[in-house]
Design a protein around this ligand. Structure first.
Ligand SMILES: [Zn+2]
Length: 298
């Protein structure tokens, strides 16, 4: 098995680079994201590069076609159950489907939530979605509800319904992180993007400092303030220009391009930067040797 490549949404490819987006249907690179299952979003902390909690969901079940990579604003699909099992506490049903519109938590992006519907059985709430730790082509849907009716239903045709408001919010939060990389480059910084955290409760991108390019003294309050203002201004300009998000494949890796800046990513994105809306650059601070730039959506 190839080494797991956690690209968070940018890190392993180094600096975002200007790469022409391709539209070939090359095979997806394995393991675009690291998943860290949790029981609820409220308890979720960081799931970016540093996600180190062992996911409890492991299996050698078959691959789940990741339809969420094809389109952000498709919220439903028809699927069939490949495999299911009760969680260890017996309270949840862990479902693997042949294909899914649910984005699994990972790469700094929260899990999608929603419902599974099928004839003859009560609907289930999908409360968490994650990639299998061993086989990252397998996606598990942690479902709650009257799960007893769903036991042993291999092959059952189901309708997947993603919570569209949450999907839209996640795409905006996540895409703002990409746009921040663009703004950072435009401002002359050459720091390598690392961990991204694109949750609603305080999103940020961390950068690895480099001696190349522009520098800023983080102990200089005035200098930091000027950088914040400059980044905010560049973000606004990029959003006002409504630049499109390009999705293609470079050497088999799904690659996202915004304003000519490309990086590897397995997440969901807005189609145009204008959908992100107003972005505030909140803080720039040193975090364990990295430089964290925090932002917020209006
Ligand atoms: Zn992305």
């Amino acid at each position: 098995m190839a080494a797991v490549m956690d690209i968070s949404y940018v890190c392993s490819l180094g600096l975002p680079v200007h790469v022409p987006a391709k539209t070939s249907k090359a095979l997806l690179a394995e393991a675009l994201q690291v998943a860290k299952p949790v029981q609820s979003l409220e308890t979720t902390q960081d799931v970016g590069v540093a996600g180190q909690v062992d996911p409890p969901l492991q299996s050698s079940a078959a691959a789940s076609k990741p339809l969420y990579m094809d389109a952000t604003y498709v919220f439903q699909c028809q699927s069939s159950i490949e495999h299911s099992k009760l969680s260890e506490d017996g309270q949840a049903l862990l479902v693997q489907l042949n294909q899914t519109v649910f984005h699994p938590q990972g790469g700094g992006q929260p899990t999608d939530i929603g419902r599974l519907l099928a004839d003859g059985v009560p609907p289930l709430d999908v409360v968490f979605v994650s990639k299998d730790k061993v086989d990252q082509s397998t996606i598990w849907h942690e479902c709650r509800g009257d799960v007893q009716h769903w036991l042993g239903k291999k092959g059952l045709e189901v309708t997947c319904v993603v919570d569209d408001a949450r999907r839209r919010l996640c795409a905006r939060l996540h895409s703002a992180g990409h746009l921040l990389d663009v703004a950072m480059m435009a401002a002359g910084f050459r720091w390598k993007p690392g961990k991204g955290y694109h949750f609603p409760d305080g999103p940020y991108v961390e950068y690895l400092p480099s001696e190349e390019g522009r520098q800023v003294d983080l102990k200089d309050t005035k200098a930091k303030e000027l950088v914040l203002q400059e980044l905010a201004s560049k973000m606004k300009e990029l959003i006002d220009r409504n630049v499109p998000t390009g999705i293609g494949y470079v050497d088999g890796t799904r690659t996202i391009t915004m304003d000519g800046v490309a990086c590897g990513c397995g997440g969901t994105h807005v189609e145009f930067s204008g959908e992100i809306g107003e972005v505030t650059i909140k803080k720039i601070q040193s975090k364990q040797g990295n430089i964290r730039v925090s932002y917020a959506l209006a």
